[in-house]
Design a protein around this ligand. Structure first.
Ligand SMILES: Cc1ncc(COP(=O)(O)O)c(C=O)c1O
Length: 384
């Protein structure tokens, strides 16, 4: 492989990859093994035990580092276990600031698991950097940013957050699940840690649950590798292989997700039965200018509110969809629809979620890569 820096689409396929040393396999074999023979105690070929490292996972971790323009990648059993590892960098008494329309599972991990170990979490409208700065005090250690947010599609200024993090000596972590490195590369914008639910666009085929972290700094990477091995929430070789295979088509899938997403966002916006559509590509989206600056397109995630709809009406609409599948998750080749109030965000108290716009009638779409005419026809019949 040439040592010349590759463009993104080539990195998705070749980044960090070498033909397998044993037989030149182009795809890394699925090293389905827990342990490795040693000639003498400690005499091994770089692998001792698969919780610590596994060659298929290493291939994925190198690919992740490459596509995010980082130096170190870490693969986990799920997106949440990747977040869990980041929070374990902290100590009792430390404080974290995050966004008030965070993915429900991240919110639950922060509030219901880590708060009882003495870590405090603040949730603010991070689209306004001033709100972040107001909450920073001497105990603050980490800014946890998700952008675009799930499901309100709010856009947070990564470069602005990174300037704040540097000024106050904080770590900045960005959940890049929605955008993927095809659209946005947080490390280039000054983040210290980028995180993924690789279950979504990176895997891309709704067939695996995996999480990822990528960093540039060696000392930070070593702390995270220690936690990864010590806590042990690693992904298996088969799952590593599936995500690696997914990443090889990330750029072509994302291009179509973006095209279909835009067509559907514009269709919904024109629809007389729709009150509001949330998609960062609209010129009147509150942080559209920032989205344009930090993303190369606007992605395939859209939320909308049907006019005069209640919880029940929204449920009826998602039940009527036929090409869109009513399901949790996002980022696969197939289009999915969700009802955040009763599904992904049910773990957030109603009052709390409504403050950030996650009302009972909100519907979220993960626009897939089917023929967009079929997707629009499906929405048309469900909304009629
Ligand atoms: C933005 C975001 N972050 C994190 C997660 C958690 O990832 P996982 O389900 O792989 O644990 C999700 C899952 O939906 C997500 O949407």
């Amino acid at each position: 492989m040439s040592k010349k820096p590759l463009h993104f689409n080539s990195k998705a396929i070749h980044g960090g990859q070498e033909p397998d040393a044993a037989y030149g396999a182009v795809m890394p074999p699925i090293y389905q093994t827990s342990t490795y023979a040693q000639s003498t105690p400690g005499g091994h070929k770089g692998y001792e035990y698969s919780r610590s490292a596994n060659p298929t996972r290493t291939a994925l971790e190198k690919s992740l580092a490459s596509i995010e323009n980082g130096d170190y990648g870490l693969a986990f059993a799920s997106g949440l276990s990747a977040i869990d590892a980041v929070i374990k960098l902290l100590s009792p008494g430390d404080e974290v600031i995050s966004t008030n329309d965070l993915y429900g599972g991240s919110y639950r991990l922060f509030k219901k698991v880590f708060e009882k170990y003495g870590i405090t979490f603040h949730f603010v409208g991070m689209t306004d950097l001033g709100k972040i700065e107001e909450k920073i005090n001497e105990k603050t250690r980490l800014l946890w940013v998700e952008t675009p947010t799930n499901p309100m599609m709010n856009v947070i200024d990564i470069k602005g957050a990174s300037d704040l993090a540097k000024r106050y000596n904080l770590l900045l972590a960005v959940d890049n699940t929605f955008a993927t490195p095809y659209l946005q590369r947080p490390l280039d914008l000054g983040a210290d840690i980028v995180m993924h639910s690789a279950t979504k666009y990176l895997g891309g085929h709704s067939d695996v649950v995996v999480g990822a972290l990528v960093v540039r700094e060696k000392e930070l990477a070593e702390k995270l590798y220690f936690i990864q091995n010590a806590s042990g929430a690693v992904c298996g070789p088969m799952d590593s292989f599936l995500v690696l295979r997914g990443i090889k088509t990330l750029h072509v899938r994302m291009q179509r997700h973006c095209e279909n997403g835009e067509a559907i966002a514009r269709y919904l916006r024109e629809h007389p039965g729709i009150e509001k559509v949330y998609w960062p590509g609209f010129e009147d989206h509150p942080n559209h200018e920032i989205a344009k600056r930090q993303m190369s397109h606007f992605g395939g995630m859209i939320s909308f509110i049907p006019k005069g709809s209640s919880f029940k009406d929204a449920v009826k609409i998602v039940e009527k969809l036929q090409v869109f599948t009513l399901a949790e998750s996002l980022g696969g080749v197939e289009s999915l629809a969700g009802h955040p109030a009763s599904m992904t965000h049910a773990s957030i108290p109603k009052e709390e979620r409504e403050k950030s716009g996650v009302v009972d009638a909100l519907i979220r779409l993960s626009v897939g890569i089917e023929d967009v005419r079929d997707l629009i026809a499906d929405l048309e019949q469900a909304l009629s």
